[in-house]
Design a binder for this molecule. Sequence first.
Ligand SMILES: [Mg+2]
Length: 483
Amino acid sequence: MVEEQTPPPRILVVDDDREIRARLAEALSRAGYLVSDLADGEAALEGIKRLRPDCIILDIMMPRLDGYWVCRALKADAATAAIPVLLLTALSRTEDLLQGLGAGAEDFIRKPFELPELLARVAAQLRVKQRHDAIAKERSDLAALLEVSQAVSSTLRSRDIFQIIVRETARIVSSARCSLVLLADEPSSAYVLASHEDPGVDHLKIELVKYPEVQEAVRTKAPVLIDNVHTHALLAPVRDQMGRLPITSLYVLPIVLGNQVIGTLFLRTAKALRLHSPRELKLCQVIAGLASTALQNAYSYETLKLNVAHLEQLTLLDDLTGLPNRRFLRKRLQEEFTRAQRHRHPLACVLYDLDNFKQVDDQLGHACGDEVLQQVAQLLRTSVRTSDVVARYGGEEFLVLLPMTDEPAAHGEARRICQAIAAHPMTGAARGIRLTVSAGVGVYPGPDVRTAEDLLEQTDRALCRAKAAPKGQAALASPAPSP
Ligand SMILES: [Mg+2]
């Protein structure tokens, strides 16, 4: 297998003098460049887009189109304007030189020329060209990144956002095919949500056994870089079935949410990956991070739709507070739990209990107690995210389900709400009353949490711990490990 290398720069020599062409071609080839040569200006304008030279040595005095004319034409075309032109001439008057520079040429070499000087001037122009190319690439990369981040925070449909993600990633890593993959419920399969080379792809199911590189990225939670698909040991079991695509290397980036891998960005490129810049690969990691947000948003939207569908059944609402009741909650918990398992997302559950509520109810009357419950319900409703589910769980107990939320985030959220309720001055029939709530936090995945019931039990245990501590606190089921 022939290893692919970055090709040396290509120099195009345009001169009607066959002897000069031969001499230059020989010297430039010896200096390590690829050389093409053409005998006149017309041929140069015709051949330049095919040859894509990195530098042009252009004679001025040629029949039909002279060097000035050709130079102006090259500089007027955006596709060729950045290629440095060295004018080569026997003319020695200052006005000729000025005319050449006026036509946009980068430099000037007088005939008869000394080869070392000519080579040094070519090398200098190539350095400038390289810097120019690097800056142009950087601008294009940043434009791609901007496009993805704008798309992720836009109101576009998820499918369109996914398509922009794969398209722009392919733009950054040139000659790449890019797909966005979401892990499925069972660990053996996944879905291709979008594919840069085939915009028709939508939730195409794949068996992961055929993609050991994706499995490896999921297992290690780290990018997998395979420089040569023909020799890498990881692909040995599937090499026969890999098809005939012109693929040399693979790059799989895990898309991580919290601590879980939920999908991957999957790049296949014709060029060996080590020939791509570290910057390109770093940008892909940034896009993988943005893709995580896009997947999360799509998921929240799905939650919202489920909530609306269920709320249409009014029998599932609590009369006093207008919140969903315990029956609704059990149903939604089961759905969220199944979804969290399937997509390997975290799911948090916080149970709030009003402290000393019985005293309020007994001493100040039921009207006052009801008022307190209504105001706490309202505070909870306005404090949570749209994708969270709030329900009245029992007498003075409220439960909040937080999809895609891990333990530290849920604990922080519970503490924030406990403080907000403690700081809230009751109004109406409960005017002047100050109340605290205690909260228990349960999280999937967690030790001993295998079912939705387990999650509720863990949350209940956490609330017992909170109640045993000073009032108004949020607790986990077991003490948080010390840092
Ligand atoms: Mg000539």
